[in-house]
Design a protein around this ligand. Structure first.
Ligand code: ZN
Length: 415
């Protein structure tokens, strides 16, 4: 439970504590319940609630009896009180979403990734304008635009650093570029961190203990959360596990080692193995991200249709990934592991049973507690929804670090 503080200079923090509590109580909460759960005085809660009602983020509902006292007015989140935009930049597609204050997706645009940052910025500007238009949402009601990009990212500069398979993106100031193109405040983060924030937003499952999110796309990465907070690391780049060696006889990685988890799960590796084994015809186009993605889909479909060789290729990859997940889960004492990302829906039937079995048989901590392994609750567009959640998270989630400054992640939208 998040607690407020009655110190005078932390009004904004307390407002976030109260708003977060209202959001997580879909059945409504009264002012006195909020005071009890946040540790704030009833008077402080009443003042904050008055501000939140004036902002249009909270509405009063019915009066409800609580015990023997007089009936209390219930308070609810006004989901349409504000909105956030999210964009996920992936080598194959750019996904843009419009979400309401409750994090629900109202509109979505998925388009093939155009060549180069300038063309992507134009596409995002077009997609965001179209979504607002369709939803009938005024720009003034939008809190900002979140951007999820492959890691690592330099948040001080607002840039992405050598993202795999995104030519021309090295050290591009993506945050300022998208702020200029769209006119919104922009917050940038890694796709895996954004995905974890989306998962934390959508459910209560990962709010206690330590959880892992494993992202599978053209690269792999993990995010760690503890008691509902992302463990972001010194530069907000925690979770870059790509060179964790999981098979000494595995495929050769660009780093010089064999069997790193990133190269073991890479679509390029799986497709090359499928071509070599005759599952996919020789000459299967696999030089661009979208060709690789299409070839991966064919491999997964062959496995689903009963091709034993195709299933074998995916099973070997799953075992390698499972080995890495087991090490990381033991490292952070994870109770829950959630998988997601652009490749996940296709890999899930092959990976889930293998990862569950490996954790049950090999994890050091298996005798202390089980590890739950789940697919993303948010689904295929977890990167984009996560990007939008970053904006909402900045508005809602109380973080003591915010009181002493923290990392500045907002760009100036209107130069
Ligand atoms: Zn490597």
């Amino acid at each position: 439970m998040r607690r407020g503080t009655n110190l005078p200079r932390v009004g904004g923090f307390n407002q976030m504590v109260v708003l977060d509590q209202v959001r997580r109580s879909p059945d409504g909460s009264s002012r006195s319940e909020l005071a009890a759960s946040t540790g704030l005085s009833l008077q402080a809660v009443s003042n904050i609630v008055a501000r939140l009602i004036a902002l249009g983020y909270v509405v009063e509902g019915e009066r409800r009896a609580e015990g023997r006292g007089k009936p209390r007015t219930m308070l609810y989140l006004e989901a349409q009180g504000a909105f956030a935009l999210g964009v996920h930049i992936d080598p194959v597609v750019v996904t843009s979403v419009l979400v309401d204050l409750d994090g629900r997706t109202m509109e979505k645009v998925v388009e093939p990734t155009p060549d180069g940052p300038g063309a992507v910025a134009d596409a995002v500007a077009g997609a965001t304008a179209a979504m607002l238009d369709r939803a009938g949402v005024d720009r003034s009601a939008v809190l900002g635009l979140g951007v999820a990009a492959p890691g690592p990212v330099d948040l001080a500069a607002g840039t992405v650093i050598r993202p795999p398979l995104l030519d021309g993106w090295d050290e591009v100031p993506v945050r300022d570029l998208l702020a200029a193109a769209t006119g919104f405040d922009v917050v940038l983060d890694k796709d895996v961190s954004a995905a974890m924030v989306a998962e934390l937003w959508r459910g209560n499952r990962m709010l206690r203990g330590t959880s892992l999110f494993f992202y599978t796309g053209f690269g792999v990465a993990v995010a760690v959360a503890h008691d509902g907070e992302l463990l972001a690391g010194s530069s907000r780049n925690a979770g870059e596990v790509g060179h964790l060696v999981v098979d000494n006889d595995g495929p050769l990685c660009g780093c010089g080692n064999r069997g790193c988890i990133g190269i073991s799960a890479a679509p390029s590796t799986l497709v090359a193995e499928a071509v070599a084994a005759g599952v996919l015809p020789r000459g299967t186009p696999a030089s661009t991200p979208s060709e690789l993605d299409a070839a991966l889909t064919k491999l997964c479909r062959a496995a689903a249709d009963g091709d034993a060789v195709a299933s074998g290729i995916l099973a070997v990859s799953a075992r390698r990934v499972a080995r890495g997940i087991t090490v990381v889960a033991d490292l952070v004492d994870a109770g829950v592991v959630v998988f997601g990302g652009p490749a996940w829906a296709r890999l899930a039937p092959h990976y889930l049973p293998v990862v569950r079995r490996e954790l049950a048989l090999q994890a050091t901590l298996r005798e202390v507690h089980a590890v739950e392994v789940l697919g993303s609750a948010v689904g295929e567009h977890v990167g984009a929804v996560g990007a939008a959640s970053l904006v909402l998270d900045g508005l809602f989630t109380p973080r003591p670090s915010g009181l002493v400054g923290g990392v500045a992640t907002r760009a100036v939208a209107h130069p």
